[in-house]
Design a protein around this ligand. Structure first.
Ligand code: SF4
Length: 358
């Protein structure tokens, strides 16, 4: 093993040795050294989402964080190449913000169930149905959907973005549960209109089957039926079962979880906000209901904290990003993300407005 890889292995052993077997640390330390050399050669920056697997997350990103953080980093980088260790909509956002840079996504098929739940034509249909109503889209959407929107949001700033519009009614797409949680927090009523794939009406986060939503007088959020295939799987029963065994556990949820799960938890926030909560809280145990690599990453960074595992769901899309394909993306310049200029310019306005709100 070369000395650089040996030093990296020893460092990773200290921080990740509880989660990752030695042979994997050895193997990946050598790849990390190759990646770091390629990064220099290509004048590249590597952005790593909080859901990356622990060794990759620990060893190669120049910047780590949630979608909003990484969008901000992407907007200010002076490097020629951006390698996005995340999923396609994130790499597209980096390209939207940096049209002159080469943006690489190491796994071509790293998608997202939320991004795939809605098309630009769906948004245009909603705008025809509700003319003049502003459209907020979650950043977990593709560029052509962002281009149809007035402003984007992340899970961390969704409420601030909705409130910034100062509009009685807002179209909020595409995450049904994030919309439900925004409605719950703000006391707004929400409908999921009939052009949605599976019509449902909900009020303040609680659902009822569709009647005639046009008769509702106080509609304030118009949602969509998209769901994160990871966060939708957590249940209230999961939380109650863990509390039975660990009554003093602090339960943290992501706002992409169903509203009743969020209501049962002690705290809900973006991935970054959850990390901060764990760092600042003295709770004897933590249960973090989100993508399971993030639990490992928080535990690695906070060895004095007791992170309980309810790791039943690894995001299959995030899981496609590996050390090997990050190295190959730099080596062979793949997969290059392109966004047609006409779409990019309109999507940029929506993303830029979001970044300015913070
Ligand atoms: S965790 Fe959910 S929202 Fe995030 S990329 Fe995976 S499917 Fe999409």
């Amino acid at each position: 093993m070369n000395p650089e890889a040996q030093a990296l292995y020893e460092d990773m052993k200290i921080h990740l040795g509880k989660f990752v077997p030695d042979f994997e640390l050895y193997y990946k330390a050598e790849i990390a050294v190759e990646i770091n050399a390629l990064k220099k050669e290509r004048n590249a920056v590597i952005l790593g989402h909080n859901y990356m697997e622990p060794v990759l997350f620990y060893s190669i990103p120049d910047f780590k964080g949630d979608s909003l953080d990484l969008s901000r980093k992407a907007a200010t980088t002076d490097k020629d190449v951006i390698v996005f260790c995340g999923v396609k909509f994130m790499a597209e956002t980096a390209k939207i913000l940096n049209p002159s840079k080469t943006v690489l996504l190491p796994a071509e098929k790293a998608g997202c169930s939320l991004a795939e739940s809605i098309t630009a034509e769906d948004v245009r249909a909603l705008k025809r149905k509700y003319p003049g109503v502003p459209v907020v889209t979650y950043v977990n959407t593709y560029a052509d959907v962002k281009a149809e929107s007035d402003i984007c949001c992340t899970s961390g700033n969704a409420i601030a973005v909705v409130e910034s519009l100062k509009s009685d009614t807002v179209i909020f797409l595409p995450d049904k549960y994030l919309a439900g949680n925004v409605a719950r927090e703000t006391g707004k009523h929400i409908i999921f209109p009939s052009i949605s794939p599976s019509p449902i009406i909900a009020s303040s986060g609680g659902e009822m089957r569709k009647g005639d939503e046009e008769n509702l007088l106080d509609v304030q959020l118009i949602g969509w039926n998209g769901r994160c295939e990871v966060h939708e799987k957590f249940t209230v029963e999961d939380i109650r079962a863990v509390r039975k065994q660990f009554p003093d556990v602090a339960v943290l949820t992501h706002p992409e979880c169903p509203p009743e799960v969020v209501a049962e938890a002690d705290y809900s926030g973006s991935t970054n906000a959850m990390i901060k909560f764990v760092q600042q809280s003295n709770a004897p145990h933590f249960l973090v209901l989100t993508e399971c690599s993030m639990g490992d990453n928080i535990a690695a960074a906070n060895p004095e904290k007791d992170l309980l595992r309810l790791c039943m769901v690894r995001c299959p899309h995030m899981n496609m990003i590996t050390m090997e394909n990050v190295r190959d993306s730099l080596l062979h310049n793949r997969q290059v993300i392109e966004v047609p200029e006409e779409i990019r310019v309109r999507a940029f306005q929506a993303v830029d407005r979001m970044i300015k709100i913070g």
